[in-house]
Design a protein around this ligand. Structure first.
Ligand SMILES: Nc1ncnc2c1ncn2[C@@H]1O[C@H](COP(=O)(O)OP(=O)(O)OP(=O)(O)O)[C@@H](O)[C@H]1O
Length: 244
């Protein structure tokens, strides 16, 4: 119903050399929506999110974010992006990391302070800000990376496998954070190959061999495929397209 999607991907295709990695992708993300990109390793999820941000240029088709064709520097500043690998300075404390990135985002001293307090609270790191990142667990590092992606109060948050290597309890708390952000109107794109995580998304794009093989709410995907679980549904939709 929403006429102004936050993200609109139109007929997007991309090849590396002769190898097609994304083929004719069409999708939209609405305000306050959590869209999951589910697919096996190598399916093209990272390439797709990079194309959305403007870090990969499409061979054909286009992407617009907040109504503007990407890449666009002003729009990039409104996107929070967390890549697969944590880009943290291990010798610095978490607070120093946050201050560094807040300066990069161009936040004033006062804004920096406020945003760091707010975002650290969201990811449950307020009590650990003075520890060097070298002493952080894997889960704490992921949460710190999410915190950094949130610093500039993005309208669109893109997270590439945010909970890899994180135990179920922490994963749950991170998903609660996503829910809170969603409630406040943030749109979230999250890549995953974990089925239980996929089920938490509002809508799910199942990606295989660079194509969207199905896109709908998790419930609808299961109902439409006449299966019981997300895993079975994924196999159902993926099973029919592998002819070569
Ligand atoms: N810069 C590049 N040059 C050449 N091939 C690339 C490049 N980046 C990605 N690829 C290839 O494109 C395909 C899709 O990669 P991509 O990283 O988008 O997959 P993915 O679904 O995110 O996988 P994963 O879950 O392992 O991160 C892979 O076969 C990968 O090897």
């Amino acid at each position: 119903m929403d006429v102004n999607p936050v993200v609109s991907v139109n007929h997007l295709s991309k090849a590396f050399g002769k190898r097609p990695v994304l083929e004719n992708i069409d999708m939209e993300v609405q305000q306050g929506e959590i869209l999951g990109l589910l697919g096996p390793s190598g399916a093209g999820k990272t390439t797709l999110v990079k194309a959305i941000i403007g870090l990969e240029s499409p061979d054909s088709g286009n992407v617009s974010v907040l109504g503007i064709t990407m890449p666009n520097l002003e729009i990039i500043e409104q996107i929070g992006y967390m890549a697969q690998a944590d880009a943290l300075y291990h010798d610095l404390t978490a607070l120093e990391n946050l201050q560094f990135f807040a300066r990069l985002y161009g936040l004033s001293k006062l804004q920096q302070k406020d945003r760091i307090v707010e975002t650290a609270q969201l990811v449950n790191l307020s009590d650990h800000l003075h520890k060097p990142v070298a002493q952080y667990s894997g889960g704490m590092k992921r949460r710190l990376s999410i915190c950094i992606a949130l610093l500039n109060n993005p309208k669109l948050l893109i997270l590439d496998e945010p909970t890899v290597g994180i135990d179920p309890v922490l994963r749950k708390s991170i998903w609660e954070t996503f829910r809170q952000l969603k409630e406040s109107g943030t749109s979230i794109i999250v890549t995953t190959h974990v089925m239980d995580e996929a089920e938490k998304c509002d809508r799910l794009a199942m990606i295989r061999n660079g194509k969207i093989i199905a896109i709908d709410s998790p419930k609808q995907l299961i109902t439409r495929s006449n299966t019981q679980t997300m895993e079975e549904a994924f196999l159902f939709y993926g099973g029919v397209e592998d002819e070569n």
